[in-house]
Write a protein that binds this ligand. Sequence first.
Ligand code: IPE
Ligand code: IPE
Ligand code: MG
Length: 252
Amino acid sequence: MSPAEKITALTKIPNHVAVIMDGNGRWAKSRGLPRMLGHRAGTENLRKIIRACVEFGIHYLTIYAFSTENWGRPTEEVQGLMLILEDVIDKELNELHEEGVQLRHIGRLENLKPALREKVLHAIELTRNNNRLVLCVAFNYGGRDEIVCAIRRIIEDGIRPEAINDEVVASYLFTAGVPDPDLIIRTSGEMRVSNFLIWQGAYSEWYVTPTYWPDFDKDELFKALQSYDQRERRFGRLSTSDCAGDAEPHAG
Ligand code: IPE
Ligand code: IPE
Ligand code: MG
C-alpha cells in the first residue's frame, strides 16, 4: 500500500499519539552492542517516526525520552542521554523548524545543565508558531511529579477549593493546552505505565507491541493506527449499538 492508500484505509486518525519509546537497551543487547548504541539507534528511528506522523496527519506527538526515575541509571548512561538530547537539538532543530514542527517540553528543566536548558528553551521559542505537528518531548518527566508541581502552583495562586475542577487541574499541568492523548503506544512489550501521562491518559487507547523502539518503523506505526481504528471509545457510556437495541421493542 502507498502512504496515501494507507491513510485512506483508516476511518479515524488519532489527533494525539504518545509513545513510550522503550527497548533501546534490549535492542543493543540482542546485537551484542553497548546500551548507548541502542539509544543512538532509537534517536535515528525517532526522526523517521516524526516524519511518518506528519504524513499520517497526526497533529500531536508526545515522546517519553527520559523519566524522573531514569536518574537512577548509571551516571554514564544518564550523561549519554543528556548528550543525545543536546545533539538532537543541534543537528535536527533547523530541519524540524522548516518542516513546521512545534517543539514543546514537558517535565522539569531545572535539573538539567544550564547549557542544555538554554538549548531547549531556544528550540521552543524558535518553533512556537509552527503548526504542522506539535512534538512534546517528555524529558525529566514524571506524571506524579507533574501533579505535585500543579498542586503547588494551584496553592500558590490561591485558587479556592470550590473552584478546582478537571479543567483547572489540566491547566496547571505541563501539558496545558495540549489535548489528551488518544493513543498511547509502548514498544518492547512491558505492560505498565511507568509514570507517563497518568492524568492525561485516563481514557487513552493503549497499544503495546513487542517490537523494540529502534525497530518500530512506519509500518509498525500503521499497525498501531489500524488497531486504534478498530477501537470503540465508550468513555464509560454504552456502545451505540447497545443504546439502539434498548430503544427497540422486546421481541415476543
Ligand atoms: C528506553 O529504552 C529509553 C529510555 C528509558 C531512556 P531503555 O533504555 O529503557 O531500554 P530497555 O528497556 O533497557 O531495553
Ligand atoms: C520508560 O521506560 C521511560 C522512557 C521510555 C523514557 P523505562 O525503561 O524507564 O521504564 P521501566 O523501568 O521499564 O518501567
Ligand atoms: Mg526500558
